[in-house]
Design a protein around this ligand. Structure first.
Ligand SMILES: O=P(O)(O)OC[C@H]1O[C@H](O)[C@H](O)[C@@H](O)[C@@H]1O
Length: 551
């Protein structure tokens, strides 16, 4: 893109939204009473996702102004530039093409002179073939035993997506094959995950886009030592590493330096951001667990929502509407955080995954041309599955003083259809979903509380103000395809927010300083007095505390 980003605060739509916010009093009870068609007009379909925005703070005038804001900040142009492979990641001068990872094989897209679709499918085919060898037992460990445990070593985008999807698709796992995930440089992580493993039946996947991440390389070396120390005496170390270690990276030269056979390495490209990479070869552990066919179904799900986002007119475009709604909450109504509450135990890692996706993408204080923003960006995403959260933090959402928009996610068909006598437990579960969104929207008035015979001095404590906005997302079931759709929905709404804010949602310079300082400090931790003396007083004192107590 040749022109700079628009400062959204200079647009007429921003001014209009500010004026609307000044006099804004949400009244979900009134809005529902006055407009029998509210739910129908604010419910949209994206692939299999049924998205009900009627309990949000959208009103006709707000929606119109938000759509104007999108138009005036060039969201659609930026979207089209992304899909076409323009270098919209300006600070790294890169294309942003995770959408190409899920293009069908007969699609065509040439970027920077390279046939991207052919490259993607060449790697996908290799990943699928390798996964089949592991699943069928034709790929064995060095002593000839079939693989029973796959350990993914990676962090950030090379961990959160694979582990989230592995958990989400648990009903599709192949029997007799388990995945584990090591991410943290805290040696406890590797210590716990390696516990009880049989080295002869364990395969390690070193997943790192850069193959330069301290945590991952440290854990990879640690696992290599563990493997060589625990295999039966006489095992050839080189053959052992060749059979028990594979890698996924964009830096295949560094993979070879580590000693992993290039034949057992799977590549991807710099136009795939780490937090957008789970549908590349980074998903290898998932492909092994659920099989290439299921993985292909998941990719098709991503593609369905990509197409929805790329082609659906603005008024029905779900990621666009959800992204704009979040801008309304964040910049005009003062929301700081956003809860994501899956009514699905299988999605228990989804909020953690979304934290990297949304917060690493949109936690920026300058626009993509380096100019400073004068408005809030990014939301703090957080959440836990329902109903657990209901018994923990929902209190604050119901009766606290803060505005916390929440996304509720549920599936009509359960993964495990269990009944307790006559009670269908999934129905009981869904009843909670419906009840919570209803209670949050409509609350309980003081008069309603009084009518229950509550003593007057307790009425205010037992009144629910309501007008707590929620978005309800439902789908028939948590299939691989639906999972792909759900992830793509959040990828694109994150994009929309970033585009309105004029920021580069695809870099992450903010994580670099800590990495550099850790390397500089490292000798001081081990006792180098000169390096310790260079530190600030607090850091010196903390290091001293460690040295006095390390035992
Ligand atoms: O895949 P890697 O290159 O090892 O990177 C792993 C992660 O670490 C980095 O510091 C970034 O913050 C993440 O965006 C990235 O996903």
């Amino acid at each position: 893109m040749s022109t700079g980003p628009v400062d959204p605060t200079t647009t007429p739509a921003w001014e209009e939204l500010a004026a609307l916010a000044a006099g804004f009093t949400p009244d979900l009870r009134g809005w529902f009473d006055d407009d029998a068609g509210r739910t129908a007009s604010l419910t949209h379909q994206a692939g299999d996702l049924h998205v009900d925005l009627s309990k949000t703070f959208l009103r006709d005038d707000v929606l119109a102004a938000l759509l104007d804001l999108a138009a005036q900040t060039g969201v659609v142009e930026r979207r089209d530039a992304m899909f076409a492979g323009a270098h919209i990641n300006t600070t790294e001068d890169r294309a942003v093409l995770h959408t190409a990872l899920r293009l069908p094989a007969d699609a065509s897209l040439t970027v920077d002179g390279q046939d991207v679709v052919a490259d993607v499918h060449e790697v996908l085919d290799r990943v699928g073939a390798f996964a089949e060898r592991v699943r069928s037992g034709t790929w064995t460990g060095v002593t000839g035993k079939r693989i029973e445990t796959v350990v993914n070593i990676g962090i950030g985008g090379s961990d959160l997506g694979p582990v989230m999807a592995y958990e989400a698709l648990e009903p599709y796992h192949q029997d007799g094959l388990t995945c584990r995930f090591i991410s943290n440089i805290d040696p406890t992580d590797a210590g716990q995950e390696l516990k009880g493993l049989d080295p002869e039946t364990t395969l390690f996947i070193v997943s790192s886009k850069t193959f330069g991440t301290l945590e991952t390389l440290t854990n990879a070396r640690l696992c290599r030592s563990w493997l060589l120390d625990h295999l039966p005496a006489g095992s050839d170390p080189e053959a052992a590493v060749a059979q028990h270690f594979v890698a996924v990276s964009t830096a295949l030269d560094k993979v070879a330096e580590f000693g992993i056979d290039p034949d057992n390495a799977f590549g991807f490209w710099d136009w795939v951001g780490g937090r957008y990479s789970m549908d590349s070869a980074i998903g290898l552990s998932l492909v092994i667990a659920v099989g290439p066919e299921r993985f292909t179904e998941m990719l098709a799900g991503f593609h369905t929502v990509d197409e929805h986002f790329r082609t659906t007119p603005a008024a029905d475009n779900v990621p666009l509407l959800m992204g704009l709604l979040n801008v309304w909450y964040t910049n005009f109504l003062g929301a700081h955080t956003h809860a994501v509450l899956p009514y699905s135990q299988l999605l228990h890692r989804f909020p953690a995954y979304l934290q990297q996706l949304t917060m690493e993408s949109n936690g920026k204080g300058v626009r993509w041309d380096g100019t400073e923003v004068s408005y809030d960006t990014g939301e703090v995403f957080w959440g836990e599955p329902g109903t657990n959260g209901q018994h923990a933090f929902y209190q604050l959402i119901h009766q606290g003083t803060r505005l916390i928009p929440a996304d509720f996610i549920a599936f009509a068909r359960p993964a495990y259809a269990l009944a307790d006598g006559d009670t269908d437990v999934h129905e009981l579960f869904l009843a909670n979903f419906f009840a919570q969104t209803k209670a949050l929207a409509f609350g309980k008035t003081a008069d309603e509380v009084r009518a229950e015979g509550v003593a007057e001095d307790l009425v205010s404590a037992r009144t629910f103000p309501g007008n707590r906005p929620t978005t309800s997302i439902m789908a028939p079931e948590l299939s691989p395809g639906v999972l792909g759709q759900l992830i793509a929905l959040y990828e694109h709404l994150t994009f929309v927010e970033g585009a309105v804010w004029g920021i580069d949602s695809f870099d992450q310079w903010g994580v670099e300083l800590g990495k550099q300082l850790a390397q500089q400090l490292r000798p001081a931790v081990s006792g180098d007095a000169d390096v310790a003396a260079e530190q600030d007083a607090s850091t010196q004192s903390l290091i001293r505390y460690y040295q006095e107590h390390r035992g």
